[in-house]
Design a protein around this ligand. Structure first.
Ligand code: GLU
Length: 291
């Protein structure tokens, strides 16, 4: 079976050198292994994604010399499929609605920290874990809030999910942020009760990425080390949904001269700006060390 790779950017800004590294690595690995290379547009966050950024992705990748199969999967066109997967997850009894806004959660967390004098646990990205208040609502209370049209997020009851499917892991072909490779134990509990969907969007990054990787037959997930810890959640969702496990290779991040991860707003490393300043695709490859 020939390997299937993908590059899955979100059109919420212009691509930079970090994206070029990831896209070229996937493309080169696919070519070297006689495999396929797919492009996926991760555009479920309609408040941040723009058609102009999507067009720029196609132009910048083509300029780099990358070619991809058609049609391109655009997540915004598949909401019904995510909704169906969400229903399958809900049928496991491990999903519940939470009704607090982000600001309310932040206030609750500060309150708990003041009460206990200890920092509230944070997820691997540094966000406080959901304090779990909505988990204890009765069926009647939930029904009332839902009927009243209160906005909600659907969350995974992580403790219950881990109790059922605790012993998960993956084979890391690249390296985690702490140099881990080989057999890695998954720790989805580090993320707490993750959001799977919201009232207005029947999906989330985690849910759509695992579903799409399976639907597109992706066999190799090659992406930045910033997503290493997210793989724990992805392995759990794959198990809950009965989806196959791809191979994972997390790659180093391209950093700026101060050692920070590149941001989409950092125009100095944007591919368009570099091209306008006279850079060539060969120069970009040399800069990021993909020859
Ligand atoms: N869309 C994600 C991003 O732009 C990447 C998702 C993935 O590779 O799993 O960061």
């Amino acid at each position: 079976m020939s390997p299937v790779f993908r590059f899955a950017p979100s059109p919420n800004g212009y691509l930079h050198l970090g994206h070029a590294y990831s896209a070229l690595l996937n493309f080169d690995l696919a070519r070297a292994g006689g495999g396929r290379f797919l492009l996926r547009i991760e555009d479920i966050d309609t408040s941040r994604c723009r058609p102009a950024f999507e067009q720029a992705i196609y132009q910048d990748l083509a300029w780099l010399g990358i070619t991809w199969e058609q049609p391109v999967r655009r997540q915004s066109e598949h909401l019904a499929e995510y909704g169906a997967a969400l229903e399958r997850l809900a049928a496991t009894g491990l999903v519940y609605p939470s009704f607090e806004s982000r600001a309310e959660i932040a206030r609750l967390v500060t309150q708990r920290e003041t009460e206990t004098g200890r920092p509230w646990p944070r997820d691997p990205d540094g966000a406080p874990l959901y304090p779990g208040c909505a988990k204890v609502l009765s069926q009647a209370e939930r029904a009332q809030l839902l009927a009243g049209g209160v906005p909600y997020a659907l969350r995974l009851d992580m403790a219950a999910a881990v109790a059922r499917f605790g012993d998960l892991g993956w084979t890391e072909l690249g390296q985690g942020p702490d140099g881990k490779s080989g057999a890695v134990g998954a720790r989805p509990e580090a993320w707490g009760d993750v959001i799977l969907a919201r009232k207005e969007t029947p999906t989330s990054y985690h849910l759509s990425v695992v579903l799409d990787d399976a639907l597109q037959g992706i066999t190799e997930v090659v992406r930045g080390q910033d997503l290493f810890h997210a793989t724990s959640v992805h392995r759990l969702l794959q198990t809950l949904l009965g989806l196959p496990e791809p191979a994972y290779r997390h790659h180093r991040l391209i950093r700026d001269t101060e050692g920070h991860k590149l941001a989409k707003s950092g125009q100095a490393v944007g591919l368009r700006a570099l091209r306008a300043a006279g850079a060539t695709p060969a120069k970009i490859r040399r800069t990021i060390g993909v020859i």
